[in-house]
Write a protein that binds this ligand. Sequence first.
Ligand code: NAI
Length: 325
Amino acid sequence: MTVKVTVTGAAGQIGYALLFRVASGQLLGADTPVKLSLLEIPQAVKAAEGTAMELDDCAFPLLRGIEISDDPAKAFDGASVALLVGARPRTKGMERGDLLEANGGIFGPQGKAINEHAADDIRVLVVGNPANTNALIAQSAAPDVPAERFTAMTRLDHNRALSQLAAKLNVPVAEIKKMTIWGNHSATQYPDLFHAEVGGKIAAEQVEQEWLRDTFIPTVAKRGAAIIEARGASSAASAANAAIDHVHDWVNGTPEGDWTSAAIPSDGSYGVPEGLISSFPVVSRNGRWEIVQGLEIDAFSRERIDASVNELVEERDAVRALGLI
Ligand code: NAI
């Protein structure tokens, strides 16, 4: 059956890197035809039409139609996957409250439209920043959709952590298992090497503690800024790649003996307040994310997880005070 995939911010740079991969079958697999729905703001609809022309010109066998709209009700109608990429970026002089409010004006109505029009099996991935809190806003506007269907992306951070560690140890990325990003998709995130394994042995024991603390953690956490500095634009192809990875694994499952990272609603595990959309070590089974249980958290990790989770609590309290959730 053809699956409708809605992408917001479709005319943006992540959209441009993402849509072709969805249409080629990399999101849901080579057996699943897709119909793309592109949601944009009115000023960007024309650009989205241009991208749609290029999608046509690829003659992707799995692509069974493209719709373009500036109306969330139409764009999410019958959608089974929603990739919420379009967001209001922080501009000069903008306070956090202004940023959260502007995004509330986007993710609230989109959550409502998902609630009213999406398919029963809708899965939502929020990419647009501040991703975790935008996901919370959309979720709270969609009371009829199971809360667990709203997730935010930390897979790019996860992939960055894999790549940094692989380079340090001079091993292929595929030899690294059980990497975890904890907390918020922000500079406070905590990439955890105390449970990651390289060649079956704990990664933290194979690197110097100074490197882990002073190089690895800040390099992963600030990689987005380093890309902007180098490229003059924020991560786009790598962000699109991570979105593909996230939804692919959510739908198709994570490999045995490994896990990944995703920001999903907390069930209270690891002391993360219930309901907060925070990044955890997760596996996907039967189309559902499950938090990996029973990991021992030492004082070093605890302090860093708490710092990032506290930031999420502050963001949640700020959007609550603004009446956005
Ligand atoms: P961009 O500025 O190139 O594109 C954003 C697009 O969203 C624009 O075409 C804009 O017209 C559209 N848009 C704005 N409001 C909209 C609305 N209400 N409905 C539909 N479309 C709307 O930005 P880019 O580079 O594609 O990044 C998108 C977002 O992804 C940003 O918030 C960025 O911070 C975030 N991001 C998140 C990452 C993550 O790891 N979670 C990684 C990289 C970027």
